[in-house]
Design a protein around this ligand. Structure first.
Ligand SMILES: Cc1cc2nc3c(=O)[nH]c(=O)nc-3n(C[C@H](O)[C@H](O)[C@H](O)COP(=O)(O)O)c2cc1C
Length: 238
């Protein structure tokens, strides 16, 4: 890059006094702000785009972006294929980190924790809300595997479209067994607010109380994101 972009971050930041009592409440406030801004202006095109980092069998990091489809006291969640690269990596090593980033708002949230599969009936509700074509594409794609060309993908789409024709009924297309909801059971949630002169705010909730774990990697603990007693707040240097 030949030009250095020295844009100053003029966000409001985030103070301890303004921080919501739980990570869930704070995350919901920021996600709702991003949704609202996305609806009003064109500088937040996918407010729920979530970057999800995993590690492969050799401990080498991997990352991709999905859409956050769930957010409740059990953690943020998304849908994907269990047999995809991310699915295989998370089933072998459940440690996961993810971030929502809204550059135009000078805000980001980082989640760290472990993968848990979302209950199938919750995912089924979401599945039936998807447009017919998206449900057909889920069947047509063996996500992350090599394919000889686009024509092969389109032929698979046509095959499943013929098998499960569109009668405008959610039951037209069954949910594939490999299609699943992925939840991040968080042990750490960081809120980052960009401020002037790079003197940003970083407030971090770490699970420490009942049900909380000592580290972001504690697989056994499943702290509620909406239980203020479980979380300690600390400020980190920017
Ligand atoms: C904005 C955006 C949203 C996406 N949403 C999803 C999603 O919700 N689920 C999904 O499986 N892939 C989604 N993808 C595709 C993933 O980034 C990725 O290519 C795919 O999941 C395969 O990743 P993997 O091979 O690492 O498993 C999205 C990509 C972008 C850029």
């Amino acid at each position: 890059m030949s030009t250095v972009d020295r844009r100053d971050y003029t966000g409001e930041g985030l103070s301890e006094a303004d921080l919501a009592p739980t990570p869930l409440q704070q995350a919901r406030l920021w996600v709702e702000d991003a949704d609202r801004r996305g609806a009003e202006r064109d500088d937040v095109p996918e407010p729920r785009a979530l970057s999800v980092a995993t590690v492969d069998a050799s401990g080498v990091p991997n990352v991709r972006t999905v859409l956050m489809r769930f957010l409740d006291e059990r953690g943020p969640g998304f849908v994907s294929s269990l047999d995809s690269t991310k699915g295989l990596e998370l089933r072998a090593n459940p440690h996961v980190a993810a971030s929502l980033t809204w550059p135009s708002m000078f805000r980001s949230i980082r989640f760290r924790g472990v993968f848990e599969q979302i209950e199938r009936d919750e995912v089924a509700d979401y599945w039936s809300s998807r447009p017919w074509g998206s449900r057909i594409s889920a069947w047509a794609s063996r996500q992350s595997r090599a394919v000889d060309g686009r024509a092969q993908l389109e032929a698979a789409y046509d095959r499943y479209a013929a098998q499960y024709p569109d009668h405008e009924d959610p039951a037209d297309v069954p949910m594939p067994d490999f299609w699943a909801g992925f939840r991040i059971r968080c042990t750490e949630v960081e809120f980052w607010g960009g401020r002037r002169n790079r003197l940003h705010d970083r407030l971090v909730f770490t699970a420490v109380g009942a049900g909380g774990g000592a580290s972001a990697g504690d697989v056994a603990s499943h702290p509620s994101l909406d239980d203020a007693g479980v979380w300690a707040v600390a400020r980190r240097q920017p």
